[in-house]
Design a protein around this ligand. Structure first.
Ligand SMILES: Cc1cc2nc3c(=O)[nH]c(=O)nc-3n(C[C@H](O)[C@H](O)[C@H](O)COP(=O)(O)O)c2cc1C
Length: 181
């Protein structure tokens, strides 16, 4: 059975990102996967403190013993990872950037991936109506996730996000979840 890790980077627990991530979770579960969710808006989370402990050859996790720490054990046996974030100021939220920072332990001292061979996807929600408006900014984040040895399985974008997602978007998110299982 696969394990899919969902990272929710919106501060709104019942917002548009959460609505699509629920579909991702349902899709993953329909394919038999266990779903683990991390709410990146946890108030105790900090970004990388540059202690360099994770640069040691034998390091497998960040030394910060906080809410996010169990994710390193989850990453060991996860089949898929999804990052769900609204667009804030033309890019991912500060909550999502904390995750990016905290994935430094996912690469070794030589920058080789420590948890390779996973699939990843993104769920992006934004007020702007043009679905490719932020592609250039998001490309860097997608490139970073690929650099961890992860294959991009799909990116679901809800442009002009408001109210309930369309059936088409829900299906896209559900199928993404299935593909990550
Ligand atoms: C601080 C802030 C900054 C935002 N910046 C942008 C932006 O640059 N471009 C855009 O299209 N939408 C922007 N939005 C709108 C959100 O991306 C949009 O409302 C999103 O669907 C919210 O997701 P949520 O319901 O999961 O919280 C911004 C919203 C906030 C609160």
């Amino acid at each position: 059975m696969g394990k899919v890790i969902i990272f929710q980077a919106s501060p709104r627990k019942k917002g548009t990102t959460a609505a699509l991530l629920a579909e991702v979770a349902a899709g993953a579960q329909s394919a038999g996967a266990e779903v683990v969710e991390y709410n990146l808006n946890d108030p105790g989370l900090r970004g990388c403190q540059s202690c360099m402990s994770c640069r040691r050859e034998d390091a497998v996790a960040c030394v910060q013993k906080d809410y996010l720490n169990p994710m390193y054990a989850d990453l060991k046996d996860a089949s898929g990872v999804v990052l769900g974030t609204p667009i804030y100021m033309s890019t991912i939220t500060a909550q999502a950037w904390i995750l990016v920072d905290r994935l430094f332990p996912a690469m070794g001292p030589d920058f080789a991936p420590r948890f390779p061979g996973k699939k990843f996807g993104t769920v992006i929600t934004q007020g702007a109506p043009d679905p490719v408006a932020y592609s250039a900014n998001l490309a860097g984040v997608l490139g970073f996730l690929s650099s961890l040895g992860w294959e991009n399985a799909g990116n679901v974008t809800w442009a002009g996000a408001e109210g309930e997602p369309s059936d088409n978007l829900k299906t896209q998110a559900f199928e993404l979840g299935k593909s990550l299982a």
